[in-house]
Design a protein around this ligand. Sequence first.
Ligand SMILES: Nc1ncnc2c1ncn2[C@@H]1O[C@H](COP(=O)(O)OP(=O)(O)OP(=O)(O)O)[C@@H](O)[C@H]1O
Ligand SMILES: [Mg+2]
Length: 295
Amino acid sequence: MATNVFDNILELPNSAIAARREALVGFEPRFVRVHANLKMLLDPDGLKAWSLKHHHVELPIVGHMADRHPLVILAGDAGTGKTISAEVLSDAIARELGKEGFFLRLSTRVRGEGLHGQMGNLVNDAFEKVKVEAGKKRLAFLLIDEADAIATSRSTLQMHQEEKAAVNTLIQKLDELRELRGRAVVFMSTNRMHLLDEAIVRRAAVVLQFERPSEEERVELFQKGLTGLKLTKKELHELAELTGPDQNDGLGHSFSDIRLRLIPEAVASCYPDHPLSFAALKLAAELTRPSPAIQ
Ligand SMILES: Nc1ncnc2c1ncn2[C@@H]1O[C@H](COP(=O)(O)OP(=O)(O)OP(=O)(O)O)[C@@H](O)[C@H]1O
Ligand SMILES: [Mg+2]
């Protein structure tokens, strides 16, 4: 198996990931939505116990659940937290079920290298790895990041034969994954949901939509990142307003625009000779533009 198949392989539970969860804004409400579904997928015995407890029989739907595909699609604009949420969700669910796990991120690097014929191999290798790991009684999470690079609709006109074959392989592997019931979950992230193959979208147990932060979330984002700076409520709200859609032609800053561009820009204007100030943050907010929406 090629060793470059994965950008990273993480052991779960993972304290570095758990720490990143603390820094996320708006994660908990999103987590609640997908959480029960993941639990149903990864803990079939728990579902059976639930049915017996509350209905005194094993409802037929408990058996029907085995037909669901353990696939979660994370869709939304760039920098809205899809990749980081896949990691955090996997870590959280492994902790909750008290199991060890494995988080694999599939590299889509081959795309730019014109190696169309390798897509199928890549998918095969990734699922093979998942099977092996899940066989060791560990939970296996596979993230196919920027999945539109691989899972593009087969009806796309200029699609190479090899790429179509890779999508077919992917669908077949997702079907087979159901046999590992309770041990593996595949996440696919995309910021071009409309490009994903219909047969793949149909198989998703959950589609989680990611949005740019609301005004309240932007306040929290500044607050969390700048604790210790003693900004007033009014100042925080002013920063949130400056980075919102009203001040930016209808499209506000994304989570990563604020955390990884705007705030560092403000820091750069003060570092190393001056303390970070509200004025510097305000200026950075006025000068930086939100990243454009991906069509
Ligand atoms: N909910 C959040 N709260 C705080 N920071 C966030 C949140 N979501 C994302 N971020 C910040 O934005 C960065 C980018 O997030 P991430 O890589 O998960 O985005 P993405 O949706 O996968 O983007 P892309 O489509 O470009 O891959 C994170 O490293 C983090 O710093
Ligand atoms: Mg991403």
